[in-house]
Design a protein around this ligand. Structure first.
Ligand code: GDP
Length: 297
């Protein structure tokens, strides 16, 4: 399970203080040192940890005491609230264009789970929002990507637009959006090209697709298992292309949690969905509050 080590450590630390009828500044200090180490070990960005600890300390030491809670419980509550805030606070929903179709560009590095997530998102939009999306196979570089999306489409019984791998992604996007309008699709999910590394060619191609498609949403798919690398990828994509949200995949694995806890703070971009497995229904809207509660038990 994701965050197991982090959850265990934080819960252990917080349990020591939870029952206390009196919490001194020294207690908070000791506790925060343990929380800090737990977060660093979970691969949370160093600066994010520093700011987080400062905020919790300030609130935990100077806080007003609620009668319904013991001082110990109150400190735990502050940690919970700040963890929630760190991950974005409110749940951030997928965009809907005023005039359909809503165009969503799926971007990310190879292997992050972009194609799989495109299928999952199509399924989610149909099942939970009663939408009728068109998936678009525009990843013309990874040899199996087009076939993979077509297979997902068959499996889900949902349409996939493709033009093979000899046509430019811009051209594919142009034709796909025209087709979506013609067939009254309310969402267009463009599975764009990935690469093993970020390079200028990839970015300028994505820029071209963005210019043409004028997406309402650019979702960056990142692999939570890669921790700080995922955060760096998010920073680069955001600086170069501008993203509107992130999807964290492989949260069902034994990720340490660093990416989930840092991406929002480092990039300012909300995490909109979490990938929880390989199957087409393993996508969940990302709820910062539930995630924090899961970590803190
Ligand atoms: P792409 O190159 O970014 O399009 O990556 P793929 O969509 O082909 O995914 C790469 C691998 O990650 C595949 O084996 C997927 O089944 C797997 N994968 C994607 N999302 C998840 C997830 O949320 N959990 C798990 N366990 N595996 C995932």
């Amino acid at each position: 399970m994701a965050f197991e080590g982090l959850a265990e450590r934080l819960q252990g630390t917080l349990n020591k203080i939870r029952g206390k009828g009196k919490v001194s500044e020294a207690d908070v200090k000791v506790m925060m040192r343990e929380v800090r180490l737990a977060l660093l070990e979970a691969d949370v960005n160093f600066k994010v940890v520093k700011d987080f600890i400062a905020r919790v300390k300030e609130r935990a030491v100077g806080q007003e005491v609620l009668e319904s809670l013991t001082p110990g419980q109150q400190v735990v509550k502050v940690v919970n609230e700040e963890l929630t805030a760190l991950m974005g606070g409110e749940q951030s929903k997928i965009a809907t264009a005023q005039k359909p179709p809503t165009v969503v560009m799926m971007v990310g590095l190879q292997g992050a789970g972009k194609t799989t997530t495109t299928g999952k998102l199509a399924n989610h939009l149909r099942k939970k929002h009663n939408r009728n999306p068109l998936m678009v196979a525009a990843d013309i570089y990874r040899p199996a990507a087009i076939k993979q999306l077509e297979t997902l489409g068959k499996q889900l019984n949902m349409p996939v637009f493709s033009m093979g791998d000899q046509v430019s992604p811009v051209e594919i996007a142009r034709n796909a959006i025209a087709k979506a309008k013609e067939d009254h699709h309310d969402y267009v999910l463009i599975d764009t090209a990935g690469r093993l590394h970020i390079d200028e060619e990839l970015m300028s191609e994505l820029d071209d697709v963005k210019e043409l498609a004028k997406p309402d949403e650019i979702l960056l798919v990142i692999d939570a298992m890669t921790g700080q690398d995922a955060v760096n990828v998010a920073e680069s994509f955001n600086e170069r292309l501008g993203i509107t949200g992130a999807v964290l995949t492989k949260l069902d694995g034994d990720t340490r949690g660093g990416a989930a806890l840092s991406v929002r703070a480092v990039t300012g971009t909300p995490i909109k969905f979490a990938g929880m497995g390989e199957k087409t229904d393993a996508l969940e809207p990302f709820h910062p509050e539930r995630m924090a509660s899961r970590i803190l038990g």
